[in-house]
Design a protein around this ligand. Structure first.
Ligand code: SF4
Length: 346
């Protein structure tokens, strides 16, 4: 099943990457600055929390200006879901654990149906319905039961413009519950490990959780949840998709882990090259080798479009498999910048 969210399809061959705005949306200038930046760096869909009327007012402006689809994230107050739908939001996320009883959900469904707005039924282990906790012990069973109950309300109204998500902060639980959901339900799945921690911990957890599921053909859109800026969530999401062949990248940077032989500031060079390549369009897919010494440097560099092998005071620059020059270590970044210029589309 495919669900259309403005210009994006959830359930097709392309896996849209999402993040969530981390500032209050009523700060419209900051929100738009971020949304535009994120859309340029690969964010396909952005979710925004709508906790109150002030946020709803901000959302109304942002919806009109945003180049990418907006999802309103609703907890507790079904009226904010209705307000967001009426404002023209591209999708709504509701949480069965706190949106309220059937009568409230039905009012939201009525409005969704009228506007033909898609919904994500977002089940989160941290906020499961109390009455289901009394019936089941296993959190996976509770999450599945919550989805069945909520989907039931939608089916009664004949509305199936639905995406599902099952989130846990545990990698294995995320994998198990999504495997189960993929067997039971035919709706597209939004996947990710939630509350996964900081950049390093969260990257590992999400790479394993999202990567495993996608490799099994489970999952139709992803969000990497990190205690880090939105930009990092998008970067990591893109890298996960690239690593398993679901996205292609114009740039592949190979860099060694460094060791006692390293004579150059490799981390700084990699950082600068990444900074320099961000947002550029190249005449071909580039593979760049940044190696700390001549042990593996020439070998790796020979299989790349260009690269360096660091040395004491001076380093070797390789291009198309051949050593083209020796440069002083202080000039490495400038030299790599000049080569990158040659491959940059004007
Ligand atoms: S390429 Fe050289 S500097 Fe880098 S890890 Fe290998 S031996 Fe060490």
């Amino acid at each position: 099943m495919e669900i259309k969210v403005r210009n994006q399809i959830i359930g097709g061959s392309y896996i849209p990457i999402q993040t969530m705005l981390k500032n209050p949306v009523w700060d419209v200038d900051l929100s738009m600055e971020k949304i535009i930046r994120l859309s340029k760096s690969g964010c396909d869909i952005i979710r925004i929390t709508i906790p109150d009327e002030k946020a709803l007012q901000g959302l109304k402006t942002v919806i009109k200006k945003s180049p990418i689809p907006i999802v309103a994230d609703i907890h507790f107050d079904y009226r904010l879901a209705i307000g967001s739908i009426e404002a023209g939001v591209d999708k709504v996320r509701i949480n069965p654990g706190n949106i309220g009883d059937k009568s409230k959900v039905k009012k939201v469904i009525e409005c969704l149906k009228y506007h033909n707005t898609p919904v994500r039924i977002g089940i989160n282990k941290g906020s499961l319905p109390e009455h289901l906790k009394k019936l089941h012990k296993d959190p996976i069973d509770i999450m599945i039961a919550a989805a069945k109950e909520e989907i039931g309300y939608f089916l009664e109204e004949g509305y199936e413009n639905i995406v599902l998500s099952f989130k846990s902060s545990t990698v294995m639980e995320t994998i198990h519950v999504n495997r189960e959901a993929a067997k039971l339900f035919g709706y597209p799945l939004h996947i990710g490990v939630t509350e996964a921690g900081d950049l390093s911990d969260g990257t590992i957890k999400n790479a394993i959780g999202i990567g495993t599921l996608l490799q099994e053909g489970i999952g139709n859109t992803i969000r990497v949840s990190l205690t880090a800026p939105e930009d990092d969530e998008i970067r990591v999401g893109k890298k996960i998709l690239e690593s398993i062949g679901l996205r292609s990248s114009d740039i592949d940077i190979i860099s060694c882990p460094t060791c006692g032989r390293t004579e150059i500031d490799l981390s700084e060079i990699v950082r600068k090259v990444k900074e320099c390549t961000a947002g550029r369009v190249f005449t071909k897919k580039l593979k760049i080798a940044i190696m700390g010494c001549i042990v593996n440097g020439p070998g790796e560099a020979s299989e790349c479009d260009f690269g360096i092998a660091g040395g004491v005071d001076k380093s070797l620059i390789f291009k198309d498999g051949k050593k083209i020059k020796t440069v002083h270590n202080n000039d490495i970044i400038e030299e790599l910048g000049l080569i990158l210029e040659e491959y940059t589309k004007q």
